[in-house]
Write a protein that binds this ligand. Structure first.
Ligand code: SF4
Length: 369
């Protein structure tokens, strides 16, 4: 049998489209949701990777928790039917507070999900309003409590910093409050302005005033400073976990493992006889459904990755992790330059970003281009 793969299922629906979001997500409801679930189940049933074991499973979006319990169960059954899980498989679902009811989380836990990732973003109601989020801070706290009550031992909270009007002190209040909800994992993202979003337009028109770079850097550094004493360890540029609670799915991808993807806009990357291939599913739910229903290809894009690009991507992803990547076979010149600038360190046969280097991760990686 071939090696296991990580399995990703994309659920592209949300209650509202947040102003900063460029993910493949749509604020729609009605029959298209059920039709997309059915098409995604069928895509798995007809998958060319059927039979390969699932090393990890991740339901992302969009908002997977927006689906009802029977829909989630059909999707998860289809995954496990197509990809028999390895022992102790991690099965994560993303959830947003407004749809993470106790009843639904209990059902999800029972059907086999064993890790929940809740999109909290901030505990400040004004931040949430500006971000267009459909929940308030109390909903987020309730969702974390519900996750525990439903039996999720593994809980991640997503938070964002560098928001309009956010001060360093306000961000510290979030960093104080998050551990009190007893997550074992925190993903802390610096807001980035993506093309085509409402935030990008506001920025272009000079109507989005973000904290200046110095403050954003201080916010980033405060993450490790405040979370390490609380028992969390930074293991990736934006991710912190209690020992042993790292997200195995993401670590798999960052270590360069193969992954397959189902659902509209899902992106998979696998090794084939003639090299690595990245495939992106049709993004629009209706186009995706029609293609599956007609038996046509669901891939909007198929990219054959040449060895040099693959090697660059391996370095780019590997350097995100604190563990870094093996030094063996890496080119010497960019390493020398990265070390000289204080961004890279080579020790114990591995190459890693320094603490300073994590602030310049893109520049450090670009040395290898
Ligand atoms: S809830 Fe998440 S995926 Fe949905 S629009 Fe907002 S940021 Fe995007």
């Amino acid at each position: 049998m071939s090696d296991p793969v990580a399995v990703y299922v994309h659920v592209p629906f949300c209650v509202v489209k947040c102003g900063y979001c460029d993910f493949n997500s749509y604020a729609v409801s009605g029959p298209i949701v059920e039709r997309t679930v059915a098409a995604t189940v069928r895509q798995m049933a007809e998958s060319p990777w059927r039979g390969r074991q699932a090393a990890t499973v991740f339901f992302g979006g969009g908002t997977p928790s927006l689906l009802d319990a029977p829909q989630l169960e059909r999707l998860l059954r289809a995954v496990l039917d197509a990809h028999p899980p390895v022992d102790g498989v991690e099965i994560t679902a993303e959830a947003n507070p407004e749809s993470a009811t106790l009843g639904k989380l209990r059902a999800m836990r029972q059907m086999g999900f064993n890790r929940l990732s809740v999109g909290v973003q901030s505990f400040d109601p004004e931040d949430l309003r500006r971000l267009d989020r459909a929940h308030n801070p109390e909903d987020a706290e309730k969702a974390a409590r519900h996750a525990r009550e439903a039996g999720f031992d593994r809980l991640n909270l997503d938070l964002m910093f560098g928001l309009e009007g956010q001060t360093l002190r306000a961000w510290e209040r979030n960093l104080d409050r998050a551990p009190s909800l007893e997550p074992d994992h925190l993903s802390l993202y610096n807001l980035t302005i993506e093309q085509g979003t409402r935030f990008e337009r506001l920025q272009r028109e000079g109507r989005l005033r973000l904290p200046d770079e110095e403050v954003q850097t201080a916010m980033y550094l405060r993450c490790a400073e405040m979370l390490e004493p609380a028992g969390f360890r930074q293991y990736e540029i934006s991710n912190y976990a209690r020992p042993g609670q790292e997200c195995r799915h993401n670590v798999w991808v960052w270590r360069g493992g193969e992954y397959v993807a189902y659902g509209p806009g899902g992106v998979g990357c696998v090794r084939e006889l003639d090299g690595w291939v990245r495939r992106t599913n049709l993004k629009k739910p209706l186009a995706f459904c029609l293609a599956v229903e007609r038996g046509e290809t669901v891939w909007q894009e198929t990219e054959r990755i040449d060895p040099a690009t693959r090697e660059f991507e391996r370095i780019l992803l590997g350097l995100r992790l604190n563990e870094g990547l093996p030094l063996e076979g890496l080119p010497e010149e960019p390493i020398r330059e990265g070390v000289r600038r204080g961004w890279l360190e080579a020790a114990d046969g591995r190459l890693r970003l320094t603490r300073e280097g994590r602030l310049f991760a893109n520049d450090a990686t670009a040395l290898f281009l």
